[in-house]
Design a protein around this ligand. Structure first.
Ligand code: PEP
Ligand code: CO
Length: 456
């Protein structure tokens, strides 16, 4: 059967943006005052969207191309954005490191890279417990700035509906700044110096990076000489994504638009379902099945092949190209046994998905001095194995999903500079999970290109 993105039908008539409410919704905050919540949701529902349906459909088409191996997806950003980090340097540095990584990947993989930020809405976090107890005092857990505040006081931990409106505003400011930078030529390949970060001058990786930049400049000038005109890259595409965890927020931004069938989540281009909320009969699966966005699901080491196929049936019953991405996050010690049966089942059943690797979330550990961290060797090791396992099964690893920052933080151990446990004290800033710093991020991009070159 031939599929056309434009004509894929709207969801079945038993779906509306609020049908998730009749299912079990995990990881939702408890709001004390239903009236206060409803009034915030009514305000949110009247505010303009953050993205448009045609951007969403363009991304779906690009993901369909990635499914065919024509593009590689680079998805990355903070574990959790914070309202305080909605600043010019933090946003532009994150963009810089993603652009630098994509440059390395384009150069090494010789194919277009689809850039997807984990930003402009990544404000809600799943937690392992609903409450937190310190010195005999129990308060609600911190669930991200969309819900409450991290300080350990009753006022800070109260689920505050006005944060829904603030998160929308911060997301819009982030989007606006990213769009303006990109439209203004910040991402122009003629000017990679625009996105230089201070590290380029003193990093062990600087020489390799500079060689790539010079070689891309040479190819660009060669192409321009051949074609007789300047190649404009000023409109590099950049898409947004976040974990669509807080379903009240997502529902309020789920809209119908003129001349399109169905419903779009207009808070982001590419929402994903987190590992903890991906139950087949859960509220998140119910919500996601009805929106027309390209969507992703995190797949952890406990998922069985049959369950995964059933989830695919619900989320992409029409086998629509570009619709479904599966992000596996197994851990360096589990990927060798847990991934292969899933890949084989999806291949055997002939399902169309994009496989992306998240080598971060299965590799979180605590140090003896109390930090949540990840070892670069485990992150790189999981990714390395992912390429090999896909190759052995005959499936394709089409992208990576990373937690990273453009700041010089010390949250993950190892990398070219060999960060050790004592370094974590120096610049550990993450509110939730440890992120790769700019140098570790670039190093990973270089490893990906070396791995792919070795496999060609
Ligand atoms: C995350 O991406 O920050 C996250 C919580 O991931 P997962 O759902 O895979 O645990
Ligand atoms: Co995380």
């Amino acid at each position: 059967m031939k599929h056309n993105l434009k004509t894929v039908a709207s969801p079945s008539s038993d779906w509306t943006p609020d049908t998730w409410r009749s299912r079990t919704a995990l990881q939702q905050p408890t709001y004390e005052d239903a009236g206060e919540l409803d009034s915030a949701l009514a305000q949110l529902g009247a505010l303009p969207p953050l993205v448009t349906s045609w951007e969403i459909l363009k991304l779906k088409q690009a993901i369909a191309e990635a499914q065919l191996g024509e593009r590689f997806v680079l998805q990355g950003g903070d574990c959790a954005e914070s309202f305080a980090d909605c600043t010019s340097p933090i946003i532009s540095n994150r963009l810089k490191v993603l652009l630098q990584m994509s440059l390395v990947l384009v150069h090494g993989l010789k194919k277009p890279v689809l850039r997807v930020g984990r930003f402009a809405g990544q404000y809600a976090k799943p937690r392992s417990a609903d409450t937190e107890t310190r010195d005999g005092v129990t308060l609600p857990a911190f669930r991200g700035d969309l819900v409450n505040s991290p300080e350990f006081t009753p006022a800070a931990r109260r689920a505050d509906p006005s944060r829904l409106i603030k998160a929308h505003a911060r997301s819009a400011m982030t989007m606006n700044f990213v769009r303006a930078l990109i439209d203004g030529g910040f991402a122009d390949l003629h000017h990679p110096e625009y996105w230089d970060l201070a590290w380029v001058d003193h990093s062990p990786l600087a020489a390799e990076y500079k060689r790539m930049v010079a070689s891309i400049g040479d190819s660009l000038r060669f192409m321009e000489t051949l074609g007789g005109e300047s190649i404009s890259y000023s409109r590099v595409d950049f898409y947004t994504s976040h974990e669509a965890l807080l379903l009240h927020y997502e529902e309020a931004l789920t809209r119908q638009v003129p001349r399109q069938d169905g419903w779009f989540n207009l808070s982001t281009h590419f929402p994903w379902i987190g590992m903890r909320t991906a139950a087949l009969d859960g509220a998140h699966t119910e919500y996601f099945r009805g929106i027309r966005n390209p969507i992703a699901v995190k797949v952890g080491p406990t998922v069985e092949p049959d369950d995964l196929i059933r989830l695919i049936d619900v989320l992409n019953p029409d086998e629509e190209p570009g619709r479904l991405t599966l992000i596996h996050r197994m851990g360096n010690d589990k990927i060798a046994t847990r991934l292969r049966p899933l890949l084989e089942a999806v291949k055997r059943e002939g399902r169309r998905v994009l496989w992306v690797a998240d080598p971060m979330h299965g590799n979180t550990e605590s140090t003896s001095n109390g930090y949540k961290t990840r070892r670069f060797t485990n992150v790189a090791g999981e990714l390395d194995q992912a390429f090999d396992i896909h190759a052995a099964v005959g499936t394709r690893l089409g992208g990576v999903h990373l937690e990273l920052t453009g700041e010089n933080v010390t949250e993950c151990l190892g990398g070219a500079r060999g960060l050790v446990e004592q370094d974590l004290d120096r610049a550990y800033k993450s509110m939730v999970d440890p992120r790769l710093n700019y140098e570790q991020s670039l190093e990973l991009a270089m490893l990906i290109t070396r791995k792919s070159a070795g496999m060609r």
